[in-house]
Design a protein around this ligand. Structure first.
Ligand code: C2E
Ligand code: CA
Ligand code: CA
Length: 644
């Protein structure tokens, strides 16, 4: 039987192991692998596999060539072979521990137990070989004893990794864990079959299987073949990797909103061009696909010292293509900046730059973009906090107000509430800097409720003090109208404030989408039923669809400042604005002109069927408590407050 053991060895298994390790290397070099600490462990494992296989080949080879009956070298290389196999098993434990991000107090005991086990099983191997209780050959090279101490060590170390994976299984995505268990199971099966055939050539090969799992499940970032791009997860990885190595990278981002939706993607012709750009103009460039319509190219600055030339060439080439495709784009170019790399937030950084730039333009990153981004992140975090607290009197949300002049009564008796934020670190923040964010992140409805609350508080005060206040309008985003609870929230706040419903009005901007419209209509009808007046905001910007406007129960049409300006441009525009205003008036709407800045504006608006005027001519937006300076008092005001 001992004789068989040696006879049944063929180097084929080990040759396969070494070749597969070389294949791993090729794959690692040509694909983009995630280079975490785990990856270092992975590389060590691959190295150990090569050494283990070579030692095995060597010890069998030496054995075959020994004629003098001294087998010391065989023992040494056999132990070396087992040493590497144990080491691989130990590294598997390390890999699992690292993968599960265990806390130090959990990590250290596991690592200590596995290192101690490793040392013990290795010592047993050595001792039993020396004292002859383990593996032993006689003078003529026959195996006299082959107590398999290796098997015990193997079982102990494998058990540690399997148990660790089981105990902390919730730390790992289930499918990944199943993937590893699968590879381990296959390894056991092969070992079992090998045993049945009294074979020993494939032991090292079975150690390969979990490594395959690692490369595929953990480190691989598959290419999008058409584009030659990898996904955004890999972008974070490359940023971290190069930041740790103090390597500056150049990046170039191309955003094409036309393709940035579900189920659409950049057409093939354009993809080919983008792929070509990446490989032709930069050395060692990597392309990352962030979204369907957003790709980012990154390359080492040290490999592309003259990158500005290259960028210019790309831009020229892009211009040529643009003439052909005519698709909107935004291009952002820059070098990595430590501040952003440290946080690893290039995608949101670049998205923020997009937000602040015009369509079809190119922007070179400057430090001011970083400051802008920090400000954006800060505002966003404050918004998130405001949203979380849902404090309807949050002191960071300010209600400003712009009084509106009523032509009929020649008085200020209505006003528009306008939101500001007052944040500890940056002071006053204007709507253009946070309304789009609040909408994007779903915080807007809480903000509206706060403004409504503060507006109601003020109305209540004004009414109580005897001021003539017809109503104050608040701005509502179309998005909010999709919220089931919208009408309920508005009703509750108004009623809890003990003011008549009709003292509040709501301004809504037209929406282009048909879906939005239908949802809007239902909510708006509910609101109207309460006696709340409805303003159509920003008429004259965007797509005005008369049919839809007529379909909604608006009371007041707010003509945007752009129409006030247009009415001064030429006779034709003036006629058009005037006639539209007449038409609305005849249909029983009131017309409010926004952005009336001077006497000229005022005169024209009055001549164009104005019912209300609003603009800097009368007042800039002021803190809501100053509104009383514009309103006049009536003697009967006190009686208008509902009793608590
Ligand atoms: P809007 O509803 O059209 O508000 C009118 C904007 O025009 C205000 O800008 C106001 O300060 C400005 N304005 C007033 N008079 C004049 C003038 O004579 N000339 C010019 N050029 N501008 C004038 P503001 O306060 O910066 O608000 C900007 C936009 O932010 C608002 O446009 C509105 O769409 C949005 N917004 C403001 N507050 C809220 C809010 O509480 N909720 C929501 N959803 N949106 C709000
Ligand atoms: Ca408005
Ligand atoms: Ca407006």
């Amino acid at each position: 039987m001992g004789q068989l053991y040696f006879d049944n060895y063929s180097p084929v298994g080990d040759i396969i192991v070494v070749s597969i390790c070389v294949v791993f290397l090729i794959l690692v070099l040509t694909s983009y692998v995630t280079k975490t600490n785990n990856f270092k462990i992975f590389l060590c494992i691959v190295g150990c596999l090569v050494f283990a296989s070579l030692s095995e080949v060597l010890y069998h080879n030496i054995y075959a060539h020994i004629t003098n009956g001294n087998y010391t070298a065989v023992y040494i290389f056999r132990i070396l072979y087992h040493f590497f196999l144990f080491l691989i098993l130990l590294l598997y434990v390390f890999y699992v521990v690292e993968l599960q991000h265990l806390e130090l107090e959990k990590k250290i005991p596991i690592m200590m137990v596995s290192v101690v086990t490793f040392l013990i099983v290795l010592a047993i191997e050595i001792i039993t070989t020396i004292n002859g209780k383990g593996f032993r050959l006689d003078k003529s090279g026959n195996v006299v004893s082959s107590v398999n101490t290796f098997l015990y060590g193997y079982t102990a170390l494998v058990a540690i990794s399997v148990v660790t994976m089981l105990v902390f299984r919730h730390r790992l995505y289930k499918r990944v864990m199943m993937g590893f268990y699968g590879t381990v199971a296959v390894a056991f099966i092969v070992l079992f079959i090998q045993g049945r055939f009294d074979q020993s050539s494939f032991t090292a090969a079975t150690f390969l299987f979990p490594t395959l799992g690692m490369l595929y499940l953990i480190h691989s970032n598959p290419y999008n073949i058409e584009l030659g791009a990898i996904d955004s997860k890999a972008l974070e990885d490359i940023v971290r990797y190069n930041y740790e190595r103090k390597e500056t990278m150049i990046f170039m981002s191309l955003y094409m909103p036309d393709f940035d939706g579900e189920g659409i993607s950049i057409p093939k012709e354009m993809r080919d061009i983008i792929r070509k750009f990446a490989s032709e103009f930069f050395k060692g460039a990597l392309l990352f696909q962030i979204n369907n319509g957003h790709v980012i190219l990154m390359a080492k600055k040290s490999s592309n010292p003259d990158y500005e030339n290259r960028v210019n060439k790309i831009l020229n080439a892009f211009d040529e293509q643009y003439a052909r495709f005519r698709k909107d784009y935004k291009i952002v170019i820059g070098e990595t900046i430590d501040e952003i790399s440290r946080k690893n937030e290039y995608i949101s950084f670049i998205n923020n730059v997009h937000r602040n730039m015009k369509m079809n333009s190119v922007r070179m990153i400057e430090y001011s973009d970083v400051e802008e981004f920090n400000r954006y992140e800060y505002i966003l975090s404050e918004l998130a906090d405001i949203y979380r607290r849902r404090d309807l009197r949050d002191s960071r949300v300010l209600a400003y107000c712009q009084p509106v002049f009523n032509i009929k009564t020649k008085k200020y008796d209505t006003a528009e509430a306008l939101m500001r934020l007052k944040l500890p670190e940056v002071g006053l923040v204007y709507p253009d800097q946070f309304i789009p964010l609040a909408e994007e992140y779903g915080y807007i409805h809480v903000l509206t409720q706060i403004i409504l609350q503060k507006t109601c508080d003020e109305i209540r005060y004004l009414v109580k003090e005897g001021y003539e206040v017809n109503r104050i309008s608040i701005n509502v985003s179309v998005l909010e109208l999709k919220d089931e609870g919208f009408t309920g929230d508005v009703t509750r706040i108004i009623r809890d404030s003990n003011i008549p419903d009709e003292k509040v009005a709501i301004e809504i901007t037209e929406s282009q989408s048909e879906d939005d419209f239908n949802i809007m209509k239902k909510k708006i009808d509910e609101i109207k039923e309460m006696g709340i007046k409805l303003y159509l905001d920003d008429f004259g910007t965007g797509y005005s669809n008369m049919e839809r406007i007529m379909d909604l129960p608006f009371d007041i049409i707010k003509f945007d400042r752009s129409l006030v300006i247009a009415s001064d441009a030429n006779e034709r525009s003036a006629k058009m604005v005037g006639n539209m205003a007449n038409m609305f008036t005849e249909l029983d709407y009131s017309v409010l002109y926004e952005g009336v800045e001077d006497e000229d504006d005022e005169k024209r608006c009055i001549n164009m069927s104005a019912s209300y005027l609003q603009g800097y001519k009368y007042s800039k937006p002021i803190p809501i408590i100053e509104l009383k300076n514009f309103f006049s008092k009536s003697d009967v005001g006190n009686t208008m407050v509902k009793q608590d």
